[in-house]
Ligand binder design. Structure first.
Ligand code: NAD
Length: 370
């Protein structure tokens, strides 16, 4: 494997391979960029087919985190870790505390959080060895479940889409199809219901929709009916790659705005197909940034109301994505990538201006490094 070629393709700052025979830990920590601040991103635990797949996943996901933080206006860089292993069999205290030691060794260049295959409990073990971890439970000073803030951000983002499409951001009486009735979708639906939107919700787990329908007014639909409704907005809040060759033909709604990650199966191809069909797509990592905004708040001492207030910025960020997309005649996903790259390049260079000795807290060597 030409490691540096892969590494350079994604333009990473640093990739760390961690191994410990005693705990059985095999992990990769990828730091894509620290131009805007410490890199932050979750730790995924997955049984990869081979080490190369694990590396590519870490590289791809950490780059995505740089873009997400940048466009959300956070002073954070992008990072991600993968632990290679079976999350249903190999998780234990020693594994995560060992991983915590490696995170601590990066001295704050990388801050971790939970992700697919890891839990709040696992992060609490990591926390025993390092303070560079977020997403721990509220009981021990963390921010807990990010879904309320993610769900609120998706709601606010949907309003930005409505304003762009119809000139008013009211969602009253709008027909909205919500795919998934999990955590993010539930909080989203509560906000939509309070604005009297007409909701059509499905989940492969019927109990989830049942539970949600006891809290909000909605029509239950079957998962396979998701594209049958003549909806105003389609909101994917379940799995990724839902926007693909097959589904684009069937989507009737003029707006796609949902919290699911990696909605476009092929960013370039399907982003363009949506434009050709006249569908306004809210780039997933922009509209679902509430989760990241939530954990970023934990770094400053968590206050839920502040996190919710910051998630409101998703409205204006999306409006500027749409404006860039229109002005430059490019798909919205490309416009958000462009805005993220611009901020990393421009704001990330802010330290070219020396603002005084206090900046270095008396660390003599800094004067030589510049
Ligand atoms: P969740 O597991 O609570 O909910 C997902 C729901 O989707 C589940 O109830 C599942 O049964 C359902 N589902 C799966 N496949 C389906 C299908 N084909 N049709 C209908 N329903 C289906 O997860 P969540 O935390 O609500 O996250 C939802 C999405 O949002 C994921 O893509 C996640 O990566 C993304 N996301 C979540 C957060 C967060 O704060 N939780 C933040 C950013 C992004």
């Amino acid at each position: 494997m030409a490691i540096f070629e892969i590494f350079s393709d994604y333009n990473h700052e640093q990739v760390v391979f961690c191994q410990d025979k005693v705990s059985g830990l095999k992990a990769i920590i990828a730091i894509h960029s620290t131009a805007l601040g410490p890199s932050l991103g979750g730790t995924r635990m997955w049984q990869y087919a081979n080490d190369e797949d694990a590396l590519i996943d870490a590289l791809r996901l950490s780059k995505g985190m740089s873009y997400k933080a940048a466009v959300a206006g956070l002073n954070l860089g992008g990072g991600k870790a993968v632990i290679i292993g079976d999350a249903s069999k190999q998780k234990n205290e020693l594994l995560f505390r060992t991983f915590g030691k490696f995170v601590e060794g990066l001295a704050g260049r990388y801050i971790t959080a939970e992700d697919v295959g890891t839990s709040v409990k696992d992060m609490e073990y990591v926390r025993m060895e390092t303070t560079y971890v977020t997403g721990i439970s509220q009981a021990i000073g963390g921010s807990g479940d990010p879904s309320p803030v993610t769900g609120y951000g998706v709601y606010v983002g949907m309003k930005a889409c409505a304003s762009e499409m119809w000139g008013s951001d009211s969602l009253k009486n709008k027909k909205i199809v919500v795919q998934g009735a999990g955590k993010v979708a539930s909080y989203l639906c509560e906000h939509l219901d309070s604005e009297s939107a007409e909701l059509y919700v499905c989940d492969i787990n019927e109990d989830k929709v049942k539970e949600l329908s006891s809290k909000v007014k909605l029509t239950v639909i079957k998962p396979e009916e998701v594209f049958n409704i003549d909806a105003d907005i389609f909101s994917p809040n379940a799995l990724g790659a839902i926007i693909n060759d097959d589904s684009i033909d069937k989507i009737k709604a003029p707006i796609i705005a949902g919290g699911a990650n990696n909605q476009l199966k092929d960013e370039k191809k399907h982003g363009k197909m949506l434009v050709d069909k006249g569908i306004l797509y809210a780039p997933d990592y922009v509209i679902n940034a509430g989760g990241l905004i939530n954990v970023a708040n934990e770094l400053e001492g968590y206050i839920r109301d502040r996190a919710l207030a910051q998630a409101e910025s998703i409205y204006t960020v999306l409006k500027s994505v749409f404006a860039t997309s229109k002005k430059e005649n490019i798909p919205t996903y490309e416009a958000s990538n462009k805005l993220a790259e611009q901020r990393i390049e421009q704001v990330g260079g802010i330290n070219r201006i020396y603002s005084g000795r206090s900046e270095f807290s008396g660390k003599f060597n800094h004067f030589f490094r510049r």
